[in-house]
Design a protein around this ligand. Sequence first.
Ligand code: C2E
Ligand code: MG
Ligand code: MG
Length: 712
Amino acid sequence: MTIHSQSIENRLQQTLSFEDALKILNHSEKGVVLLSEKFEVVMVNQTLERYGCFHREADTNTLTSDMFRLYEEKRKGLRFPLLEWLTSCANADGDNHVSPQLWLKSPSNNSLPVTLHLGRIDFNNRLYWLLSLSDKSWERRADAQQKLMNANHTGQFITSSSGFITHPNDAFLNLTGLDASTLSSLTYIDWLKKQVSLQMPFDKVMSTLLSQHHWAGEVEIFTETDEQFKAQLSISMLVDPKNNIEHFIGLLQDLTEQEEAQATIEKLSYYDRLTGLANKSLLHDLIESAITQAEVNQSQHALLYIGLDGVKIINDTFGHRAGDDLLIQVAEKVSQKLSQLPHDTTLARLDGSNFAILYHSNNQDRQTVKEEVERFSEEMIDAIHGRYQLPQGSVHTSASIGSCIFPISEELDYAADQILSFADMAMFEAKKQGGNQAFLFDTSLIEKAQKRLELIEALNHSEMDEEFQIFFQPQVDGNGNAVSAETLIRWFHPVLGAVSPSKFIPVAEEGRQIIKIGLWVLHKAFLQIKAWNKNRPDFRIAVNISPVQFHEQSFIEIIIGLVKFTQVNPRNVTLELTEGVLIKNAKLAMQKIQHLVSLGFEISIDDFGTGYSSLSYLQKLPIHELKIDQSFIHHLRENPDDEAIVNSIIQLAQSKNLKLVAEGIETQQQVDSLISKKEDIMLQGYFFSQPIPASDFEGRYVMPSNSRAHSA
Ligand code: C2E
Ligand code: MG
Ligand code: MG
């Protein structure tokens, strides 16, 4: 509420002393004359004096129409009969009267639209008249200005030239808890003394304000309702061209919100949004301070890098929302477990399905710390391992944990980033070994990782035709005749030498170079079998297909293109897939397999028995062959479990009428044992031949007179 919109009469009635009343009148933005009961002028306020249109006659206090240059019409010089109007109001009913619109002539002869208000007030049991003049154009301007101020969340006030706070906006009233009428009786200096605690001496603030016309600083506000908050206050002094003070303008900004926003920003930048756990940045800082602490007091710490197993499959099957649900549940489970343990730890979420725990040990003996961290890692693995209930169904997950104890060694230079990547390397090892286990970092892993990097580099720069070759290994029937060849790639790198496919294929799958490699192999293999089929029309070739290659969007189109281009007969080609292929996107995988089969290819499941334990998918798939994994063959005679597995795979193949291949045959006993179990089993292994180059293979097995396989 501002002075021009609140009835001055009301406010005068509330004012205690006559002096105060005069003070308020004097600072009113309306032109005001206080009249006695008999219309004698008691006071004329500053505003009215400023208009310059009030002419007091020296010898009398009695109000006359001549004192005001008021006209009834804008252009015609018809004077408004002020005294008659006042008298008629005094004789009429009611305490408040309003004139019609009148025109006030300013000293510069401008006509301003005004209305007069006459109010009757009692003061100390005496009757007064308050005649106020409201300037319509000024009011409209002030209204607009006020609206603008009120729309602002920053507290604002404007003072009169003498410093009285005449125009506070709503935000200023809210912040200070004071109402407009109280403020209008206060100068901004009174307000500073009443509510504001400055961080510098008051005199300094004032001298800055007066000399530089501006002062700003952080202050503390103490409100009437005993609230207290930090704020930014700025006061500007506006002067006219002659350097007379016109107004002071104050801006008061509550810093509480800003501080809260700052805290929120901090939270966003240091905490994970999904789980509310510390994020990587915060963890990074904490590792840095642990490194410093270790330097100071020889304390020992560990970083556990936790990767959830199989989350990708859960995401692919149920969608990312389900994956997020799982992450939240794991975060809760681990937090709860940590709260039950006595260790000093921080749990953080790194990215995707990776978490980390920073662990501070109380021990200093390296071996003890190692055992302690190993035990702790096991506890975490047990805590995470299990089923989780998601809206889409229940899923199972486990964790692979890589841990890195630091200080690492005196020779190794490391910071938080290195600790994270060392623990990550160890986690990678744990995953490689099948997951659901822990692995402790040691410096040999750095060498291993470097080798991997070398491989990636070499793969990216490899020239397929110059460095790669395909070798062939025979598959023989029960009579020892080679009926088929498995294509196995060989890489001879100019610097690294011969690199085994079991080393570089996983790396090439991760970097997707396998797509290019796989295409190259298929092309070569198709040309080769086409050539061999001229002499041996029934001879077959088997080609390994990586899951990454298989799931590539254009895989089927590429195969169709290659068949057209090479004119190979797909009926002579077996595509070897692993069980893992069928887990991801099972429906699409099934469609792709059906498509391949409709083209004439046969499908073999490689390394059978090691992967996905459920055999239910076999019922639905149009496959032709199972390849028993060599791990079961190697210990066939010694290990009854392996024997049992082999027996059940044989049974399965028989019941589904599938061809069966046993790979990794190295001894005559293995041959005998397998043939005794299943006569028409096909055999493959070093016992018959190592994988060999095409020309050797052709000479030994493809020419009609040489089709019988010999032991190597
Ligand atoms: P795989 O498809 O299961 O191939 C059988 C592996 O066992 C071959 O290893 C072969 O040389 C080896 N092997 C054969 N007989 C015996 C034996 O009697 N004893 C022992 N200990 N091993 C035997 P290799 O050539 O090192 O290939 C390893 C794996 O690399 C292959 O396993 C296959 O998964 C992958 N691979 C090889 N070539 C390709 C390819 O062109 N494309 C794709 N995607 N993967 C390939
Ligand atoms: Mg294979
Ligand atoms: Mg295999």
